[in-house]
Design a protein around this ligand. Structure first.
Ligand SMILES: [Zn+2]
Length: 67
């Protein structure tokens, strides 16, 4: 059937997978992205990392101790 995982070789693929300066999707600041998968600057990444971690922990313990 259709193989969606297999991306055809082309300039578009290589173009998006090269290190380049991009704009962070969260704070819109220019930062050095090492690849296509990196769209958020390290600052925002670190922020969301500890934020989500502390949030999930707080929600868990809060919910449990609430009742
Ligand atoms: Zn950012």
């Amino acid at each position: 059937m259709d193989d969606h995982d297999a991306a055809p070789p082309g300039p578009a693929v290589a173009r998006g997978d090269v290190p380049a300066e991009r704009l962070c999707l969260r704070c819109n600041a220019a930062f050095w992205s090492t690849g296509f998968g990196e769209r958020i600057c390290k600052k925002c990444k670190a922020q969301s990392a500890w934020k989500s971690a502390s949030l999930s922990v707080g929600m868990r313990s809060g919910r449990r101790s609430a009742k």
